[in-house]
Design a protein around this ligand. Structure first.
Ligand SMILES: Cc1cc2nc3c(=O)[nH]c(=O)nc-3n(C[C@H](O)[C@H](O)[C@H](O)COP(=O)(O)OP(=O)(O)OC[C@H]3O[C@@H](n4cnc5c(N)ncnc54)[C@H](O)[C@@H]3O)c2cc1C
Length: 242
């Protein structure tokens, strides 16, 4: 089964493959499902950090002899048991990942590769975290909320494309200020960011590729973040075709 150029590059970097077995699935919002997986080797070789992610290889829905890569965040890890959980947004139109997760049953297996998950919580703790994302980055944002110290200021901007998004649980934090922004264009989330003094803060963002490009520029040019205090990553692309 071919993994294309991506597969060749990952092998070149010595990335390790892991077979994952699905243990259980449960709906946590109408379009958002938690999947628990087991892997005998994964936690013998990697250490979990907030927002750690893994590359999954999905069968081609068109039936071609190839596997397609999509990434998911380990929202919870249980290293002693060799188990972890991911929260999956089931979106429309579905791609290979959404199709696989919609049909998956306990006992099913899927291949995965670990390489490229490099984010670490900034040390020392910043004065505040500005966390920006959408439904599919909620698992990582929830990890960051839990990891932040109780005295650290926390501002979260969540872009929403579906009325169901408000049902996705957000972790609690004593300093949390949550803003929900309806997506009307690639720039609507960035336009909604309030301008104020965020000296000593750290900005973390993940979401749609066009929006993340605008966000990175706005954080530097408009909101005064130094590049060392920014982590922005594209998690998906509007109208993406495999
Ligand atoms: C590091 C990283 C971590 C991630 N963690 C998670 C996670 O924990 N949970 C999670 O659900 N997703 C996560 N994602 C996002 C997920 O990998 C993408 O949404 C992926 O494209 C879904 O693949 P697909 O095969 O279902 O759809 P694709 O084949 O990629 O796309 C099919 C169609 O669906 C649209 N689409 C794709 N993704 C989305 C989306 N998120 N929202 C709305 N429309 C979309 C596309 O524009 C296209 O029209 C993560 C991505 C990265 C890079």
């Amino acid at each position: 089964m071919s993994r294309g150029l991506t597969g060749i590059v990952l092998k070149g970097y010595g990335a390790r493959d892991y077979t994952l077995t699905l243990l259980s699935k449960r709906e946590i919002a109408p379009h958002f499902v938690r999947f628990r997986f087991a892997s005998a080797q994964l936690f013998q070789e990697i250490t979990w950090h907030p927002a750690t992610w893994l590359r999954f290889w999905f069968p081609d829905p068109a039936g071609k002899r190839r596997e397609l890569q999509r990434a998911y965040t380990l929202v919870a890890a249980y290293p002693e048991q060799g188990e972890f959980e991911i929260d999956v947004l089931l979106h429309e139109p579905p791609g290979p990942a959404t199709l696989w997760f919609s049909q998956a049953q306990p006992g099913d297996t899927i291949a995965s590769t670990f390489l490229g998950s490099r984010f670490r919580m900034p040390q020392p703790e910043p004065a505040g975290f500005l966390l920006i994302g959408d439904a599919c980055s909620t698992p990582a944002i929830n990890n960051l909320i839990v990891a932040a110290q109780p005295q650290t200021a926390l501002e979260v901007y969540l872009e929403s494309s579906s009325p169901h998004d408000a049902a996705i649980p957000i972790e609690a934090h004593p300093q949390l200020r949550l803003h929900r922004i309806a997506r009307s264009s690639a720039g609507s989330l960035v336009a909604a960011l309030e301008s104020r003094d965020r000296s000593g803060w750290y900005a973390w963002g993940a979401g749609e590729a066009g929006t993340m490009k605008l966000l990175h520029k706005a954080l530097k040019d408009t909101h005064g973040f130094a590049k060392e205090a920014i982590h922005v990553q594209s998690y998906w692309a509007e109208n993406h075709k495999s």
